[in-house]
Design a protein around this ligand. Sequence first.
Ligand code: UTP
Length: 299
Amino acid sequence: ESYVVIYFRCIIVEKIMSEAQLKQVVFPVAGLGSRFLPVTKSIPKEMLPIIDKPLIQFAVEEAIQAGAEEIIFVTSHTKIAIEDYFSKNSELEKRLRDSNKNELIQTIHPDYLKNVKFSFVRQNEPNGLGHAILQAKNLITEDFFGIVLADDLILSEVGCLKQLKDIHSKTNSSVLGVFSAPDSELKNYGVIDASQEDELLKLNSIIEKPSINEAPSNLAVFGRYILSKSIFNILEETKPGLNGEIQLTDAIRSFLSSDSVFALEFQGRRFDCGSKEGYVSAIVDRASHLENFKEIVKK
Ligand code: UTP
């Protein structure tokens, strides 16, 4: 009889694991974007276009591909354009319909956005990424939620957040996206110390912006996370760190003493569109994959 019980337990556990969902995704968009001044004086960095589509739309599409049903923006008063962008513009839709430009309506209000809920919460001062995430605390109802930093653009066949979600489904734990950074760039990122465990990378520790001598590996964390909501209790206790900001990395380090966190080296092309160099590379890359632009890029 005990075998039967174990058998059914296994089935139930497997079912829970395979059905892990990622319904809520937080988009912190309240940063100053000072590396992109002067344009970010009045245009949010996340609205910068990669040809005709703003960075934030790529990021929202990626979240929806991972199963997101609610997108939570952590915004500031300078980011109203993002709110407008995801609102229905009936006046424009009517004008397009009246002038027989129906195909454009799909581009301004695509079907895949229709069932998604958009929520907004303010971060009144840019006190760091950890502080921004903490503002979403009261909106998170699920045990795990995603975080996407839209200025990290990932172009890939399977969306990057979906790749993280697949690891989350296997482990029922928090997961961070990482990439192999050159030595010279490690000082700009959170860098992980991880061990291989059943083909997965399990974190031992994480250091924010280490010098080359302090860096435990070349695996740097970028803008994709799936975190347990217990991170909020830790964020509330996290003191300002580097630059006087509340760092998400510091909270994740404390979290590691009680919970498991895994890392995934994602498949795809990453562009740091918070920097001008990364932004230009992203435009050239996208253009070189689009039929209309290939020749222009070649020239
Ligand atoms: P960045 O480190 O790129 O900062 O933030 P930033 O302010 O946007 O840009 P620079 O460095 O001044 O040029 C990473 C992400 O975290 C968000 C940003 O909007 C970006 O998506 N963030 C950062 C916040 O929402 N609030 C903060 O206080 C800091």
